[in-house]
Ligand binder design. Sequence first.
Ligand code: SF4
Ligand code: FES
Length: 256
Amino acid sequence: MNIKLKIWRQKNQDSKGHFEEYAMSGIEEHMSFLEVLDLLNEQLFAEGKEPVAFDSDCREGICGQCGVVINGQAHGPIRSTTCQLHMRHLAEDPSFKDGSTITIEPWRSTGFPVLRDLIVDRSALDRIVQAGGYISVNTGGAPEAHSVPVQKEKADAAFEAAACIGCGACVAACPNASAMLFTGAKISHLGLLPQGQPERLARVVSMLNQHDAEGFGGCTNIGECAAVCPKSVPLEVISRLNRDLGHALWKGQHAH
Ligand code: SF4
Ligand code: FES
């Protein structure tokens, strides 16, 4: 098939960006979306032009590096990472025809400044984790596996939250650019387990303070985040975060 790619180009964080269009032919439906971008860059190299900067690492849906907005949707039309999207998924849209234009933009959020073209700086998510997304343990020999029993339902819910790969699609899809699904996932996966209890309430306060300091917006229960999350992190993680926050504030008030 023949396609046109309309791609956001931006030299660096301080420059003004703009869209550029590129015509491509010989695109096969079995090509992955990132292979199409690789092919475009080969073309641009051959023409002596600047290649399009985009992030990727594992190309297996694991690392969370590859997110872009495709035709207005974070990671494109199916619930997957961008590297797991194939041209056949785009071609399944009835409005898609030979010669169609596909628009590709970086994540847009104050918390994710554009570094170059499609690459954004997602280190704000790392700083949220640094603010409290850990547990403190005494080091030494590995404890006996059955010494800390965990209920099956809690283990399953913690595992579901721990599937978050930090891709940032939840922020990109949210009209408030909120990172509450990400933050809720980290709070849930630690707060549901016995090992996460000692720092549970302090954790939610410091991670949320960092979330707000990074410029992410608040949650107003729209649900776009969970709808695009490639790892199916459920909205319940945000309810759990709010419950822990309420508990922390109540305890803080009653401590005086
Ligand atoms: S919660 Fe989902 S969409 Fe958000 S960063 Fe984690 S994996 Fe990505
Ligand atoms: S490149 Fe690793 S998740 Fe897409």
